[in-house]
Design a binder for this molecule. Structure first.
Ligand code: GAP
Length: 469
């Protein structure tokens, strides 16, 4: 495999994603909207495969996890209780020469200086002033910036016309997990779960990011796959370790290379966390956060108990003991996972004397599991046989395509580029030109280019095995 310059890799991924129908800029024909993306026909299949695999691991494979899909709009008091209206902000400064906005904490981090999340505006400015000479505007190179101001990341809506009613705005969710805390009582009352139990959800989040960047990495609209494990107070140690291990193993089970994943502890804790670790992936620009694993203690339920006036204590069904459970959270951006999977699978090599690009996606997450071809598109008997096989396979495995465009070499290249693991060709031997090969087809492996003959009636079982593996 050719070594790909990491600095070029992002550009190649973004270009492939658009060219091959994975990801487009939102409102592309109007020049886009920073920090918002659309998943195209191949992208939505890959994204749905990732979500299904995640749901399988976090709901179906467990006995004590409950699925949820909470509404996005919430009572405005929720974001006060959660601490987001006061504590969910990034320090922002503006270049005095070209008005480019920067995140001061990220600019400091880039030169090895850590700004604590809990610092006041004055404290951040003191740190910023001490290092101004080392920080250059990424657009014009100037070192002259405005004072840093804390900028709240919550996105306001005009639901209920809060401005004219003089009330609090109804915000879009800054983090999807609040829906889980709000429905914790409903789930306890309706499902009678026994602690420890979990609630899992994939939900949208919106953040007024000052500098959305790196494609799907830092967006203003994104999806979070969250699990919240409700445990007895102070019984967090073992369960926390187990979550870290389990989530690392799950990412590797998607085919992400182990050496590109690592666990890192946060030096600075966000306002709700007692302990926080990140699973980091080696993105093209270096290791960066893919999933957060947080010990939130009883922070969230206690806050909602105070603000709502409702009793959110759990009652032990055997002893009658009442307590506010502690929460261990895992939270992963689906867009970041999507980008990590693409970056990890992107390959360039040479096959049959020709340069090629392919995505080495695991069959279970590949957007197309197999493509069925007639060897030649102008031979009706080949086309009819290939269409029959395609129709039969598609009933069992929906992510199958039929392709008779261009010559067979071009079809292979096209399928390689979207990560289709198998190409199935109906040729003259399938029709009985060599009687001993009648009703067999060639199955070509994307990664090696090797072909083998498989009985047409066994192709579905062959594919099912590969997808399950
Ligand atoms: N409920 C906890 C929470 O929201 P977070 O660390 O702010 O914690 C969790 O976010 C995950 O959501 C991150 O690890 C990342 O994968 C994803 N995420 C956060 N901000 C994002 C953004 N602006 N764009 C895309 N994904 C983001």
């Amino acid at each position: 495999m050719a070594d790909i310059e990491q600095k070029d890799l992002m550009e190649k991924i973004v270009s492939l994603a658009k060219r091959r129908g994975f990801v487009y800029r939102s409102s592309d024909i109007y020049g886009g909207l920073a920090g918002v993306y659309d998943f195209g026909p191949r992208g939505v299949e890959l994204l749905n495969n990732l979500k299904r695999a995640w749901w399988q691991a976090n709901v179906y494979d467990k006995e004590n996890y409950y699925g949820l899909d909470a509404g996005m709009f919430k009572n405005p008091r929720v974001w006060e209780a959660s601490g987001h209206t006061s504590g969910f902000s990034d320090p922002l400064a503006e270049c005095k020469k070209c008005n480019t906005r920067i995140r001061v904490d990220k600019a400091l981090e880039a030169i090895g200086v850590t700004a604590d999340e809990k610092m006041s505006e004055d404290e951040i400015n003191a740190l910023f002033d001490a290092h101004r000479a080392e920080i250059a505007c990424e657009k014009c190179g100037a070192h002259d910036f405005s004072r840093a101001k804390k900028f709240n990341l919550l996105v306001k809506s005009n639901l209920g016309d809060f401005a004219s009613e003089g009330g609090e705005p109804v915000y879009l969710p800054g983090e999807a997990c609040q829906g889980i805390y709000l429905d914790y009582k409903n789930i306890v009352d309706s499902m009678s779960p026994k602690i420890p139990f979990g609630i899992a959800q994939i939900g949208k989040a919106f953040r007024n990011e000052i500098a959305p960047r790196n494609f799907l990495f830092r967006c203003r609209e994104f999806e979070q796959a969250d699990t919240q494990l409700f445990i007895r107070p102070n019984e967090n140690k073992e369960a926390y370790e187990a979550l870290k291990k389990e989530h690392m193993a799950w990412l590797a089970s998607l085919g992400i290379r182990q050496e590109n994943l690592r666990l890192k502890r946060h030096e600075n804790l966000v306002f709700y966390a007692k302990d926080a670790w990140d699973i980091e992936y080696r993105f093209p620009w270096g290791f960066d956060e893919l999933e957060g694993i947080h010990d939130r203690s009883d922070y969230d339920l206690t806050q909602h108990q105070i603000f709502s006036g409702q009793d959110l204590r759990y009652t032990d069904p055997e002893t009658g003991e009442k307590y506010v459970p502690w929460i261990l959270e895992t939270s992963m951006g689906m867009g970041r996972l999507f980008l990590a999977v693409l970056a990890d699978a992107y390959r360039e090599d040479e096959m049959g004397g020709e340069a090629r690009v392919y995505l080495a996606l695991a069959p279970k997450i590949a957007p197309v599991k197999a493509a069925v071809f007639p060897l030649l598109k102008n031979k009706p008997e080949l086309v009819a046989e290939a269409r029959e096989l395609y129709a039969a396979l598609k009933k069992e495995i929906p992510q199958i395509v039929f392709d008779d465009n261009g010559n067979i070499g071009k079809r292979y290249r096209r399928q390689d580029e979207i990560g289709t693991p198998f190409c199935i060709t109906v040729d003259f031997d399938t029709l009985g030109e060599k009687p001993e090969l009648k009703d067999t087809v060639t199955v070509r492996d994307r990664d090696t280019g090797e072909q083998k003959r498989v009985a047409s009636g066994e192709v579905a079982a062959f594919l099912r095995d590969k997808i399950r593996a």
